[in-house]
Design a protein around this ligand. Structure first.
Ligand code: FAD
Length: 106
């Protein structure tokens, strides 16, 4: 199976960066495609229990694809759910732009 830590870091990097650069006012097509991207994770993400738990989470917490601010916050909260499950520190969702858009990265 894939290295789940490496896959996780890469996937979060892709998702948070894509959210950080998502339009303030997305077109209907951009919203629809973002919803499809998010909803495809529980179906396709190659860590089955991760995918199942994420699918349950997004059933309860509907994706906010209204614009970059809402999407970045929603995604940060979903990542924090995983952080809590794994006993990791939670991330301050006021700092998503600093980490994923404006900041130097790591
Ligand atoms: P990661 O959690 O990968 O985070 C990478 C970087 O993102 C951090 O260094 C930090 O700078 C930043 N960051 C951290 N939290 C946030 C946040 N809330 N918002 C914005 N930025 C943040 N692993 C499992 O073992 N079990 C699971 O059930 C599981 N489910 C997953 C579900 C999904 C959808 C994804 C994408 C990954 C999942 N993973 C799971 C992998 C796990 O979340 C981590 O990616 C992996 O453990 C490596 O962790 P890490 O400490 O290197 O940092």
């Amino acid at each position: 199976p894939p290295d789940s830590e490496e896959l996780g870091r890469a996937t979060w990097t892709f998702l948070h960066t894509t959210a950080a650069y998502y339009p303030e006012r997305p077109s209907p097509a951009q919203r629809a495609n973002m919803l499809t991207l998010i909803r495809s994770l529980p179906v396709l993400y190659p860590c089955t229990h991760c995918a199942d738990d994420f699918g349950q989470d997004i059933k309860v917490n509907a994706p906010d694809v209204s614009g970059r601010v809402g999407l970045s916050k929603w995604l940060c909260e979903r990542h924090n759910e995983v952080n809590k499950k794994l006993g990791k520190a939670t991330f301050d969702c006021a700092k998503t732009d600093e980490r994923w858009k404006d900041g130097p990265g790591d």
